[in-house]
Design a binder for this molecule. Structure first.
Ligand code: NAI
Length: 334
């Protein structure tokens, strides 16, 4: 088995380290790197010297660049677009990134309609609906194959929880479902469902619990502020994007079973999700069991504590609008 993986926006802050990590995956035999800036030709020249199987090629956005990058791709990862500067929300990026994701999704419809699509470009809450609408209009939307990458929230939840309980080295031990969306209050960390359980003392200390949740929800701001105008999370995002891509590759192509990861996917008509959140939303991040078809099964959201139900309400105050904004961006232009 040899997989072709395309990275769109591969010259960027996320794209370059993500390409390097993907280069190390032995299942990938072709790594196609696409961007609008010519330096994307230099990235494969550089990482192409790494002694792993993937043959690495660079494509600039000219008349055939996107076609060359996408034709035959099994997996497409999209970190293309502008990142936040201090004071900006992910929604502020909509005006630029919406059009970028629309055009790249059209390329996927045209050149690799069966590929798994992993969307990193923000605002994920809206860009995933945009991609879905483009694929639907082309008659190739498969809800099991389109993912909004929310893994950075999952990674932050483990790291920050471990820090909050005074065991900063224990992050890898904790698996914490993070559901909802990928922006501020739409990010809903279900700390009560951590495996193994977080200490009861955390849940008894309301102020500490709230502070931890807020830190997970707004963790991206820490990075934006620390980089002081020079971008948002890139290295931890590359790690998180690769983590999800590797999980999908192992489950979809290598026969690994029991791979469950939260992801922002199409859930319209899913009775269990509707019951759990009280609305039939088109998209919600849920714990997804991955397999040969992509989303094999959506795992239950489980019982929420009273505090988590309040967080869900706040999430639902924002998320449906972000979904509609993405959908209308395409539907309105028809
Ligand atoms: P960056 O500006 O460093 O890189 C973006 C790259 O996209 C640039 O190389 C640019 O030339 C390229 N690009 C722009 N238009 C393009 C097009 N039409 N086709 C192909 N490539 C194009 O930005 P960075 O830091 O890598 O962030 C990328 C995106 O990822 C941003 O939207 C950011 O908000 C988002 N992000 C998402 C996270 C998540 O958890 N899902 C976390 C962190 C960032």
């Amino acid at each position: 088995m040899g997989l072709k993986t395309a990275v769109l926006g591969a010259a960027g802050g996320i794209g370059q380290p993500l390409a390097l990590l993907l280069k190390q995956n032995p299942a990938i035999t072709e790594l196609a790197l696409f961007d609008v800036v010519p330096v994307v030709k230099g990235v494969p020249a550089d990482i192409g010297h790494v002694d792993t199987p993937a043959v690495t090629t660079g494509y600039v956005k000219d008349e055939d660049g996107l076609k060359g990058a996408l034709t035959g791709a099994d997996l497409v990862v999209i970190p293309a677009g502008v990142p936040r500067k201090p004071g900006m929300t992910r929604d502020d990026l909509f005006n630029i990134n919406a059009g970028i994701v629309r055009d790249l999704a059209q390329g996927i419809a045209d050149f690799c309609p069966k590929a798994f699509v992993l969307i990193i470009s923000n605002p994920v809450n809206s860009t995933v609906p945009i991609a879905a609408e483009v694929l639907k209009a082309a008659g190739v939307f498969d809800p099991k194959r389109v993912f909004g990458v929310t893994t950075l929230d999952v990674v932050r939840a483990s790291t920050m929880s471990a820090q909050a309980i005074g065991k900063p080295n224990s992050a890898p031990e904790y698996t914490i479902p993070v559901v909802g969306g990928h922006s501020g209050v739409t990010i809903l960390p279900l700390l009560s469902q951590a495996q193994p359980a977080l200490p009861k003392s955390l849940f008894d200390d309301e102020a500490k619990l709230k502070e931890l949740v807020k830190r997970i929800q707004f963790g991206g701001d820490e990075v934006v502020q620390a980089k002081a105008g020079a971008g948002s999370a890139t290295l931890s995002m590359a790690y998180a994007g690769y983590k999800f891509a590797a999980q999908l590759i192992s489950a979809a192509f290598e026969g690994k079973t029991g791979v469950v990861a939260p992801s922002y996917v199409y859930v319209k008509g899913n009775a269990d999700v509707t019951k759990a959140i009280g609305q039939d939303l088109a998209f919600f991040s849920v714990p997804v069991e991955l397999g040969p078809n992509g989303v094999e099964k959506v795992h239950p959201l489980g019982d929420l504590t009273a505090f988590e139900k309040e967080l869900l309400e706040a999430c639902l105050g924002e998320l449906p609008g972000s979904i509609s904004k993405g959908e209308s961006f395409i539907q309105g232009s028809k």
